[in-house]
Write a protein that binds this ligand. Structure first.
Ligand code: NAP
Length: 873
């Protein structure tokens, strides 16, 4: 008789990992009445705090913040002894949590999960453990941490060393006694920086091998910060809630002090206060722009370098310890206790691998390009395959046999950092695309777990079985994640945030840098929009609400939020004079735009008088004439002047290398249609006739304009064609108004809330042109004959009411055989691409505009006497 096949174990959910996230996940799943099995290869709870037992291991977020908040009683019963608790104390805390909620009964320790496979017909995950045991579950949750898989020491000869070798990330439980030993430490990240001072206390000789000097500030450890304790006493819930909606998961008020605008005294005062405070979120918040502006960052970086020089006695060692080559904060900064001071000890030496790389590890030491070192022990503090290592290393196979490793071969792809398409009911806690490592983990973990628990409850309540993100939603989140990173200095660094520390790992910014509060809001918005971006299925039911949760550029969204919070009166409710005054007032404190070589003002004679112009000549070589761009400002034919678009003109001039002549045409309602259009044409004729005097190259004349300025630029091109000249070589139309039909979908989609509204557009038209005139091609150039017009570059912004008419103009030009380049300003509004040095994400769009201008101008003919030195690259 055959033995009956063993019945596989079955639970509602399997969780891998019993650290902060796994423990809380178990607690929440149990609350839902679900059966749960948690596996961990460790011998007890603790996750990262179970393994990372190296000397000096501590938290680097104040422990009063790095703590669970879900259980108010727990908060009363546990008191942290220090500002930054040690690893043993944090581990003790997690044991206490496990005991208090009797969590261990559902956890199997010393059990690794070796594979997980989605069984589509059964709608279950099949989990295989180290012993070959199978457990089936509906939901599979990896709570495996971001920094749990050690990076292999990719150093020649590493396996040859005969003495003891230790990894900070897998430290022996019994500890290590280095007394009397010659010790090498390789790596100067947080683990190295925390352990080196303590290893130095025991070792007879300590040699630190440093590849990249790291920024570190003194932790000033001691009792828990009195101010935090006071705030917690006054209102624990309010404090915790503020943390949940903060940027980094600790209630820190973001500063609005810009480094460039602050006096030297204020800069030093702010820096010194942050230095004395000894908190990462403080030193990362000295200036509002230090994370995005290289010059601002360098001010902080240099002040840290000064501190290092003042601490380390030997100038050469001090210089080697001064971080260079990456911006402060783009690699995880460290908190230390006596790190730099350690290099003043006579038995401690620094080897700068930038000058003297390791050639090989030998049987009894390390050989560098310049020297042979003998050691008794080597300590590797060389870091982790961060954020993705544990996930792709776990042999997870989703629908149709696709493995996570295959799917993520070019970099991770997630929705909200929580799920990934093709892997139904598979959740990651602190996955790539979540704030995780950039935040106070405890706060982020509670948010992730609460979201997953809410999601599973909702599925159950609705009788649904599976959930999985849509491809559109996932692509949108990946894009948003990269957009958020792109406006910061982070992508410039070879950091583990970028996957750059592991040879061969795709270079993608891994965590979500938009902030804990913004992330929480996005997750909440997904839920309130009926799980936007997810497909959920159940018996006979498929529910899918497809869409992208965040598609506006993050800096544009921030500015919009700021502007909307100002509660300014809608412009269309004002008189033209008041609207002009309001526009001028809002522009008062904006950045001036880049330096150019020369700015001169003048007037253009026209039959009825003169038009003011401002000319911008680029700085630097080549000497001699340049192509000429006649530019028309925005403002709905009513607002705007030479000042309003000054930063944009500087930017266009500096980027394109052309001479830009900005023209102030006459405005409505004082002078109505077709005055503005005719002024534009007159200005182009004048510029053409005076090209040489303006420093231009005759025959190399383009027009450009923004909004209503783009309208008159487009009309000028049509009038020039009809008049047989002047010859215009190109037209750059930025978010152009080209039609008086305000019924296109973009007027509906973007008609309110993004500064230029549909109502305001109506107000502009009413001021500019009588209804009977609005079909005239000189008002609505889209309605004109488009054949034979100059090549065009049209910029259409996603959140612009004018988007669709810009696109329509591009299509119509194309149909008329006019070469067109349509630049989609992804995630931008009508105004945001023009906000020079305010909206960082607008810079690539303006670079495209400048490239289009350059393309309009033919390369200078060497034999041409008119422009012998002109060069357009
Ligand atoms: P890490 O920051 O990645 O640092 C690894 C160090 O090893 C770097 O200095 C790196 O140099 C060096 N390194 C790597 N491979 C090397 C090689 N082949 N040859 C020479 N040097 C090599 O790793 P970590 O210190 O373990 O810290 C990782 C993260 O864990 C931290 O950023 C932090 O988020 C977290 N952590 C937190 C705490 C805490 O205080 N709570 C403590 C420890 C860790 P390069 O920079 O040139 O690559």
């Amino acid at each position: 008789m055959n033995k009956p096949a063993s019945v596989p174990e079955q639970v509602d959910a399997v969780v891998v990992g019993a650290g902060f996230s796994g423990l809380y996940m178990l607690y929440r799943l149990r609350q839902l009445g679900l059966s749960v099995k948690v596996f961990d290869s460790a011998g007890d709870v603790g996750g990262t705090w179970y393994w990372n037992r190296y000397p000096g291991a501590r938290c680097d977020v104040p422990t009063t913040d790095y703590t669970f908040s879900f259980d108010p009683e727990l908060e009363k019963e546990w008191t942290w002894s220090e500002k930054y608790a040690t690893q043993p104390e944090i581990l003790e805390y997690l044991r206490f949590v496990a005991d208090r909620h009797e969590l261990r009964s559902d956890i199997e320790f010393s059990t690794a999960v070796t594979a997980a496979r989605w069984d589509e017909p059964a709608k279950q995950w099949v989990i295989t453990t180290g012993g070959g045991r199978e457990v089936r579950c509906r939901h599979y949750i990896m709570a495996t941490g971001c920094l749990s898989v050690a990076k292999s020491p990719d150093i020649e000869g590493a396996e040859r060393f005969a003495g003891p070798v230790y990894f900070t990330s897998r430290w022996p439980h019994e500890g290590v006694d280095f007394t009397g030993q010659r010790v090498a430490v390789i790596g100067t990240g947080s683990s190295g920086i925390q352990s080196i001072p303590l290893i130095a206390r025991q070792a007879s000789q300590l040699t630190v091998f440093q590849r990249t000097a790291n920024f570190s500030i003194p932790a000033h450890n001691g009792p828990a910060p009195a101010e935090t304790l006071r705030q917690l006493d006054e209102g624990r819930d309010a404090y915790r809630d503020a943390a949940r909606w903060s940027r980094g998961g600790v209630p820190v008020e973001p500063t609005d002090v810009l480094a460039g605008a602050a006096s030297e005294e204020v800069r030093r005062e702010r820096f010194e206060a942050a230095w004395q405070q000894g908190e990462l979120f403080g030193i990362l918040n000295v200036f509002a722009d230090q994370g995005v502006n290289p010059a601002a960052n360098d001010i902080v970086a240099e002040m840290i370098r000064e501190k290092i020089r003042a601490t380390v006695n030997d100038p050469e060692t001090a210089e080697a310890l001064c971080p260079r080559g990456h911006y402060f904060g783009t690699k995880r900064p460290c908190l230390d206790t006596g790190y730099f001071e350690t290099f003043n000890l006579p038995h401690v030496r620094l080897v700068d691998l930038r000058k003297e790389p390791i050639v090989s590890i030998t049987e009894d030491g390390i050989e560098t390009a310049g020297e042979s070192f003998g050691f008794d022990t080597i300590v590797y503090a060389t870091g982790f395959d961060a954020m993705t290592g544990a996930l792709v290393g776990a042999d997870v196979t989703g629908r149709d046999g696709l493995s996570l490793k295959e799917k993520w071969a070019a970099g991770p792809s997630t929705y909200l950092g929580l799920m990934t398409t093709g892997f139904p009911n598979f959740f990651m806690l602190t996955g790539p695309g979540s704030p995780s490592v950039l935040s106070n983990m405890a706060v982020s973990i509670e948010q992730h777990v609460d979201w997953v628990a809410g999601c599973l409850k909702d599925l159950r309540d609705k009788g649904l079985e599976t959930i999985e993100p849509t491809e559109l939603a996932e692509a949108g989140w990946n894009q948003h994640n990269q957009d958020c990173a792109a406006i910061t200095l982070h992508p410039t660094a070879n950091s583990w945030y970028m996957g750059a520390n592991v040879p061969g790992k795709p270079r993608v910014f891994l965590p979500y840098i938009g902030g804990v509060g913004a992330y929480r809001q996005a997750c909440d918005d997904v839920v309130t929009q009926d799980y936007l971006g997810f497909t959920r299925t159940g018996p006979g039911a498929v529910r899918c609400t497809d869409g992208v949760i965040r598609s506006m550029q993050p800096d544009v969204a921030m500015v919009m939020e700021f502007v909307n919070a100002l509660g300014l009166p809608p412009m269309e409710t004002l008189s033209a004079a008041d609207a002009r005054a309001l526009m001028a007032a809002t522009a008062e404190n904006r950045p001036p735009g880049p330096e150019v070589g020369e700015v001169t003002d003048g007037v253009i004679p026209i039959p009825d008088g003169t038009l003011p112009y401002r000319l911008y000549r680029p700085a630097g070589p080549p000497e001699g004439p340049r192509p000429l761009v006649v530019y028309f400002h925005g403002g709905g034919w009513v607002l705007g002047n030479l000042d309003s678009d000054d930063p944009l003109c500087r930017d266009l001039c500096a980027r394109s290398g052309a001479v830009v002549v900005s023209v102030n045409y006459r405005h409505a309602p004082e002078v109505r249609f077709p005055a503005a259009a005719l002024d534009a044409f007159a200005a182009v004729q004048w510029a053409d006739a005076n090209a040489i005097e303006l420093g231009g190259i005759p025959g190399q004349l383009a027009v450009a304009g923004w909004s209503a300025g783009a309208n008159v630029a487009a009309v000028a091109c049509q009038l020039a064609r009809d008049a047989g000249g002047p010859r215009i070589t190109g037209q750059l139309l930025i978010c152009p108004a080209v039609d008086s039909d305000l019924t296109r979908p973009s007027y509906e989609e973007n008609g309110d809330g993004y500064i230029l509204t549909t109502a305001l557009m109506r107000w502009f038209w009413d001021h500019y042109a009588d209804p009977a005139d609005r079909g005239d091609p000189r008002a609505a150039p889209l309605r004109g004959d488009l054949a034979g017009l100059p090549p065009a570059c049209i910029v259409a912004a996603d959140f612009d009411p004018l988007r669709d008419e810009g696109v329509a103009y591009a299509r119509a030009l194309e149909a008329a055989a006019v070469p067109v380049r349509l630049t989609r300003a992804r995630g931008h509004t009508h105004t945001s691409v023009t906000m020079v040095d305010v909206i960082i994400s607008g810079a690539p769009v303006r670079a495209e505009m400048a490239a289009a201008l350059e393309d309009f101008f033919p390369a200078a003919e060497p034999q041409s006497s008119a422009a012998p030195q002109a060069h357009v690259s």
